[in-house]
Design a protein around this ligand. Sequence first.
Ligand SMILES: NC(=O)CC[C@H](N)C(=O)O
Length: 283
Amino acid sequence: MVQALILTGFGINCEEEFAAAYRLAGAEPTIVHLNQVLHGEVSIHDFDILNFPGGFSFGDDLGSGVVLANKLRYRKNAEGRTLLDDIRQFIAEGKFVLGICNGFQVLVKLGLLPDLAGNVTPEVTLTHNASGRYEDRWVRLKVNPAANTPFLKGMDTLEVPVRHGEGRLIISDEATREHIVQRGLNVLTYCDASGCEVSAYPHNPNGADLNCAGLTDTTGQVFGLMPHPEAYLSLYNHPEWTRRKRQDPTLSEEGDGLRIFRNIVEHVQQHATQLHVEAASAS
Ligand SMILES: NC(=O)CC[C@H](N)C(=O)O
């Protein structure tokens, strides 16, 4: 069974929704306090997908995700390794990392997204919404057709809620912006009800550069986004479900967000089967 490690602690608060998403997608979720990983009681290497849920880690002090990212970058275990060292090895082994909202902020502040140069130096940042306030509502996203990540395979648009105060992506360097666009790493943009990209408020809730709601790294194995797909697992999570179901009784009872979790779980399953077949034919 595909194993998903879900980190919690220090003010992270979406771990149960993450676990529900992976359970519905056919994986086995394990929720673990970050300290258990930092103290060597749990190894990320026993898992296939490493997950950073949303929340208010360290009360958003110094900027959302900053303290948690620094803990991963600088705190050394008994062998003198940081968790960032382990995460880099995890990615090099072909495994997957997902960060949502505060989790996305951690991956960006850590330099794992977009990580164009491969040296985990932060290249972009996420800061306070241009509206100057916390945005808590539903948005629609368009998947970049150039996206090359199993998380978004076969997807075109999706509706999901946002709830954040610091979701504004800033790309201050022109060369970085060009690289991101050329490689299709800006995998999600805000759009209107008809699926047309719209960068104006309120469609784009935070004023993000490139109208960007989510990024991947160059391998497509690391994926982060501001909106919350784990909060739309069932049609009944949506405020308009009664109206929609009345209009179309055949409407699927699955929420749009579940697709992302199904995608990555299926990808890991297929890859495991492929390795199994290769090992069997080699022996
Ligand atoms: N829902 C969240 O993860 C919020 C992230 C962060 N605390 C912010 O407000 O931007």
